[in-house]
Ligand binder design. Structure first.
Ligand code: ADP
Length: 261
């Protein structure tokens, strides 16, 4: 069912001509529905750790009152649940801040390789912890793109962190830069479990997480890639994903860039 809203606006001064603009209302409805779904999902995601914390408080007051070992264990769980809620709230705030801003200021530019160097340096300790070596294949020369440094940092941190987190079995992650005629492509490749075809188009949806047999569950909110997609759209760019089960995954960030070399 499609509903149209009709606007009439005078064309030019003193003429009796009217232009009629049709606006597809089904699109507005779809967005309303998405927003309602999002609020329901977010509330559910926040309620789950809260319910667990509340349950443990009851236990600490009651059955575990005189059991120091159980108390220590429950406090650890409660702390982990609190951290999870904090991550969720941070991600939700990120998304809502992004939604309030319009497009990025085109006058702002970023030295892409310097930014990627900083991100890789920041994530190296975390990578080392899961026995991952991050390889840089940046090539020569400076690459300047229009963009917001904080937002692009968030994009690459998310993607490289995911590659280390989900691709730990692969032992290494490659970050590479390639120049095409009108864009720059930054690829993050891991050699982990991969993502099945049917999930690939959906992993950028809010709260979408894949549970795969034989792949250990990881901490996360399911909002990281939604944030990445949002930021890239604001930059006039996009994300593409190639993956093969059992071989690994490549996430490629495409950003507008005029190759002047
Ligand atoms: P989170 O990591 O918080 O769950 P994301 O939005 O970053 O949320 O990712 C969504 C889902 O996509 C993850 O839960 C995971 O199932 C899948 N995913 C993301 N990156 C990879 C990767 N490099 N390899 C395999 N699966 C991945």
């Amino acid at each position: 069912e499609r509903a149209y809203k009709v606007f009439a606006a005078p064309v030019g001064a003193g003429t009796s001509l009217f232009a009629v603009v049709f606006k597809d209302q089904s699109e507005t409805r779809r967005i309303d529905r998405m927003r309602a779904d999002f609020i329901a999902n977010a509330s559910h995601e926040l309620r789950t750790p809260l319910a667990s914390i509340s349950g443990f408080i009851e236990t600490l007051r009651g059955p575990a009152r005189n059991d120091p070992k159980a108390q220590a264990q429950f406090l650890d769980i409660m702390q982990a649940q609190t951290a999870r809620m904090a991550r969720l709230i941070d991600d939700l705030l990120s998304l809502s801040r992004l939604e309030m801003k319009s497009r990025i200021d085109p006058a702002r530019t970023v030295d892409l390789k310097a930014l990627l160097d900083r991100v890789v340096d920041t994530l190296t300790p975390m990578a080392t912890e899961v026995s991952i070596i991050i390889e840089r294949r940046f090539g020569a020369g400076r690459i300047i793109v229009a963009g917001d440094a904080d937002e692009l940092t968030q994009v690459f941190e998310n993607l490289i962190e995911n590659a280390c987190k989900y691709g730990q079995s692969g032992g290494r992650v490659i970050v590479s830069i390639e120049l095409a005629s009108d864009e720059v492509q930054i690829s993050i490749t891991d050699f982990g479990p991969g993502i099945a075809d049917e999930h690939i188009p959906r992993v950028t949806e809010r709260f979408y997480r894949v549970e795969q047999d034989g792949v250990p569950a990881q901490k996360g909110t399911g909002l990281g890639l939604a944030i990445v997609k949002h930021i890239l759209t604001r930059h006039g760019g996009r994300l593409s994903i190639r993956s093969k089960i059992g071989e690994g995954t490549t996430f490629t960030v495409h950003l507008p860039h005029q190759d002047k070399s």
